[in-house]
Ligand binder design. Structure first.
Ligand code: ADP
Ligand code: MG
Length: 696
């Protein structure tokens, strides 16, 4: 339940002056939210200083000025396109021309009648007669407007269809609704940074007076960013606390299944795998529940770690579940796990959205009866009718596709099962905190031995024929090739190479040896194509990013990525991780189409330079500081409205410590500061944090 004090901020945008039902959707899209508060989070990106009011005889060129003038003459041109000029004067003897194109004469006579005194504001230029003029003044009004106008006016990031003046008016309305909120900041921290109260900080952030005020390091903006980060960290810690409170169970297997599997593996565990497993086993042995993130680059060997962790649970007589974000991945996990599980006498099953009817019922019955030890599946595992005899351990693969809520949902299916989340997205440490602040982290920072590095080159799309020739030669030499296209049938980006078109084109060269897989295909068709590619059926696989996550075809050694300039770094890295998995040398060609933005170029260069996922992630964050939206959206990383992690990383670390202290001292947020912090959580819509609290 949202506290009443926040109601004015969570009113719909239409309560604001000038925002009607027509405009509201546009503003909503601009500020990415339907509430007044979302508008308030939309901070100025620039400003116009309207305080300068020189006499007309001393006006400099090119500056925004505000004048009080008398209207002297109207001159309308003869041709339909010639402008109307309004000549004005002030006491100095100077003249000012106001120039209007395409305006009805009547209108000008109404707003600027001859003999009237008017306040006008706008950017001054000099006419060919060398007299100051303003073309379409920003503001024309009665003399009493002067005081309100002579200030620094914030300029907001805009969108088509919303007039700056309308947005400015709505913003004033929104600022007028800002309540005084109880202070949730630690007084010492607030004093140390010289921060003001929240409402004052918000007003200051909306009233920049110089360039420094617009910087992310301005105290007002820092405070707002900190508030957002604190809300984020506190919510995560509260969720974690609530998970811990549901007392877990101590799981310590006797090692018989794990020993069998380890003996059957054709390799020894890497140091990082062994270390991570120690951490996982230690968590599982505790009577509290495990909530651990296993972070490892593509190919770092997470699957084996997950299997051994699940076997630890199965050895105690409990069941384990492993959840993948896609059907293909679930099947692939099953294919990897099944032979090993069978060697150890472990019963394993698969449950996806495709399983229906009798087969599904039979599987559910087996699960409920405990005849299945490990079940691999997709989000179908969340279905209400899925029941376990005794779920002791859940592995969730590729977490960023699932939310905190879903994590809780699966966990609710057992008697407080231990949860291991796996992600192949290498995340900078600062971001690990914001995404997974509620979890302990194990890192697989060492790859299995024997991997050959992937050669990465960037090539212009204009050399497509050469590239097809090179792919042909590689195929002759026995290579398997991924050919990745960004999107299918996206009309608004019709210049983008559609996978279907590319497939048709490549068929002219490779005939039946080239296949196509994309997100809109039926799962069964997808699987058939993937299987053909993994087997002998296909040499070239044209794919959209459905292959992004997890797919394992070790024989694939070539990857072509079209329009690589449109992908984010994290995604390019994931894609490239599909090759270089076997012992053969591999090549990745990043195709780009001009023009390439500077940021995109920097991304491609990083991809050429390194395969280290953690380094790529750090660079990604740094580049995204430049604010390239495509990269951000595709990377699947959290977006903050006020905080910019490329700049505010240090604040995040402080927020993290702050949140820990809060949860230690006042775990249910009952004290005065605790109550204020509840308001903070609601303010940033981190309600899931509040819901975990015991009362109040
Ligand atoms: P991830 O899921 O982290 O992307 P996988 O678990 O799919 O990686 O492992 C990638 C490949 O490496 C698989 O073929 C796996 O059998 C192999 N592998 C895993 N661990 C080792 C190891 N310690 N030594 C050699 N190969 C390994
Ligand atoms: Mg994997």
């Amino acid at each position: 339940m949202r506290p009443e004090i926040l109601y004015p901020l969570f009113a719909p945008l239409t309560v604001l002056p000038g925002v009607g039902p027509k405009l509201a959707p546009l503003v909503e899209r601009l500020v990415e939210g339907p509430h007044v508060v979302d508008l308030l989070w939309h901070l100025p990106s620039g400003m116009i200083d309207r305080r300068f009011s020189p006499p007309l005889t001393e006006v400099p060129e090119g500056r925004v000025c505000t004048f009080v003038v008398r209207v002297l003459e109207h001159h309308s041109g003869f041709g339909p396109r010639s402008p109307t000029r309004v000549v004005c004067g002030d006491g100095s003897g100077g003249r000012l021309h106001l120039v209007y194109f395409h305006l009805k004469r009547g209108f000008i006579e109404k707003i600027l009648p001859i003999g009237a005194t008017r306040v006008v504001s706008g950017k001054v230029e000099f006419s060919s007669y060398n007299e100051p003029q303003i073309v379409h003044p920003d503001h024309v009004g009665p003399p009493e407007d002067l005081e309100g106008l002579q200030r620094v006016e914030p300029v907001y990031p805009m969108t088509a269809g919303v007039q700056p003046r309308v947005l400015g008016k709505a913003m004033l309305g929104a600022l007028g609704r800002v309540p005084v909120l109880p202070e949730w900041l630690d007084p010492a921290l607030k004093a140390r940074h010289g921060w003001t109260d929240w409402d004052a900080a918000l007003r200051t952030a909306h009233a920049p007076e110089d360039d420094e005020d617009l910087s992310a390091m301005a105290p007002a903006r820092m405070r707002l960013a900190y508030d957002e980060l604190l809300a984020n960290q506190l919510a995560l810690l509260l969720v974690r606390q609530s998970q811990r409170r549901l007392s877990g169970r101590a799981l310590t297997g006797d090692g018989r299944l794990r020993d069998t599997v380890l003996a059957a593996l054709p390799f020894a565990l890497t140091g990082a795998q062994a270390r991570s497993l120690e951490e996982i086993y230690a968590d599982m042995a505790e009577p509290t529940r495990m909530l651990r993130l296993l972070q490892g680059d593509v190919g770092s060997g997470k699957t084996v770690v997950a299997l051994l962790a699940m076997l630890n649970a199965v050895e105690t007589g409990a069941q384990a579940a492993m959840m993948a974000p896609t059907e293909i991945l679930a099947r692939q996990h099953l294919a990897t796990l099944e032979p090993l599980a069978r060697a150890a006498g472990v019963r394993i099953g698969l449950l996806t959205g495709r399983d229906k009817g009798k087969a599904r019922e039979a599987l559910l019955a087996e699960l409920a009866a405990g005849f299945i030890d490990i079940v691999v599946g997709t989000h179908a595992l969340f279905s209400e009718d899925v029941a376990f005899k005794d779920l002791g351990m859940a592995v969730i693969d590729e977490q960023h596709r699932f939310g905190v809520h879903q994590r809780l949902q699966l966990a609710a299916k057992g008697r407080a099962p231990d949860v291991l989340v796996m992600t192949a997205t290498p995340i900078p440490r600062t971001l690990t905190l914001t995404l997974y602040g509620d979890m302990d982290v194990s890192r697989l920072d060492e790859k299995p031995p024997g991997r050959k590095p992937v050669q990465t080159r960037t090539v212009s799309t204009s050399r497509l024929d050469e590239i097809v020739g090179a792919v042909d030669r590689a195929v002759q030499g026995g290579a398997k090739v991924y050919w990745v296209c960004p999107l299918v049938e996206e009309s608004e980006v019709s210049d983008m190479a559609a996978a279907e078109e590319r497939w048709a084109h490549l068929r002219e060269h490779f005939g039946d040896r080239v296949g196509l897989v994309h997100g809109k295909m039926k799962p069964a068709d997808k699987d058939r194509v993937m299987e053909a590619f993994a087997g002998d059926g296909l040499d070239v696989l044209v794919a959209t990013t459905v292959i992004e996550v997890g797919v394992n075809v070790p024989e694939a050694t070539v990857m072509i990525i079209e329009h690589a300039e449109r992908f984010g770094l994290a995604q390019l890295h994931q894609l490239r991780g599909r090759i270089g998995r076997g012992d053969q040398a591999s090549t990745c060609l990043l195709l780009f189409a001009e023009p390439v933005s500077e940021t995109a170029r920097a991304r491609l260069t990083i991809m050429k330079d390194t395969e280290d996922g953690f380094r790529i992630a750090e660079e990604d964050l740094r580049l995204r500081g430049g604010g390239e939206v495509l990269g951000t959206r595709q990377s699947g990383l959290p977006e903050f409205k006020l905080a910019d992690l490329a700049v505010h990383g240090e604040l995040l670390a402080i927020a993290r410590d702050d949140a820990r202290l809060i949860v230690d001292r006042d775990p249910d947020l009952q004290g005065d500061r605790g109550k204020a912090l509840r308001v903070l959580l609601y303010l940033f819509e981190r309600d899931e944090g509040v819901k975990t609290l015991r009362s109040g």
